[in-house]
Ligand binder design. Structure first.
Ligand code: FE2
Length: 210
């Protein structure tokens, strides 16, 4: 029954695996998740939620002493996306992105709110906007994120960008928070000419830590 793969019943085993020791909950991350749960439940709208969550993420990435090494491990060919925490009600997820030298993304969207907090190294985020013919163009200057910086995306404030490791010879790590279980969200990558291709990112560690 192929359709059953997307039912809540089939999701339950994955959620249980997230509570095993293979998933990291050091005290700093645990406190962040608890505070984020409170913010998501009480913020009352995207703008106040992003403001509160941005402050929380800024505090989290102000310290680089909590991310376990398996969740900061680069892949030689492409960037990695490790799930750190998935809210049981799927209201948000916390993910580490690990960029090897020269690695980056295509132009892509998120379809939900997201926050990017720089933990280690540096990355460059270039916003894109679509013209009347449907082509994507850089929109404003690229932003270079340094450790401690936080950037926001969402369909209401600007949702399309391209990201790359700003270090040519080092690994960079950023901590992302999204308003959904982002590894399961159907979203899009784009060519500059405007072609859209749907994708679902998944997570590197659901395969590595079954
Ligand atoms: Fe992104």
């Amino acid at each position: 029954m192929r359709k059953a793969a997307f039912t809540p019943a089939r999701r339950a085993p994955l959620m249980r695996r997230m509570e095993t020791p293979n998933h990291p909950h050091p005290p700093r991350l645990r406190a962040f998740v608890r505070q984020l749960e409170h913010a998501v439940a009480h913020a009352g709208g995207e703008a106040p939620l992003l403001s509160r969550a941005r402050a929380l993420l800024r505090d989290l990435v102000a310290h680089d002493d909590w991310l376990p090494a398996p969740f900061a491990r680069p892949h030689p060919q492409h960037y990695q996306q490790y799930l750190l925490h998935a809210d049981a009600a799927q209201r948000f997820s916390v993910v580490s992105f690990v960029w090897g030298p020269g690695q980056g993304t295509p132009i892509h969207d998120h379809t939900v709110w997201g926050l990017i907090g720089m933990l280690r190294g540096a990355e460059e985020s270039q916003p894109y906007a679509r013209d009347a013919r449907g082509r994507w163009h850089p929109h404003g200057p690229a932003r270079r994120l340094q450790p401690g910086d936080v950037e926001a995306v969402s369909p209401t404030i600007g949702d399309v960008h391209r990201v790359r490791n700003a270090l040519a010879d080092g690994v960079s790590v950023s901590i992302h928070v999204y308003g959904a279980d982002i590894g399961r969200v159907r979203r899009h990558v784009f060519t500059e000419e405007g072609a859209a291709k749907p994708f679902v990112s998944g997570y590197a560690n659901t395969a590595v830590h079954p």
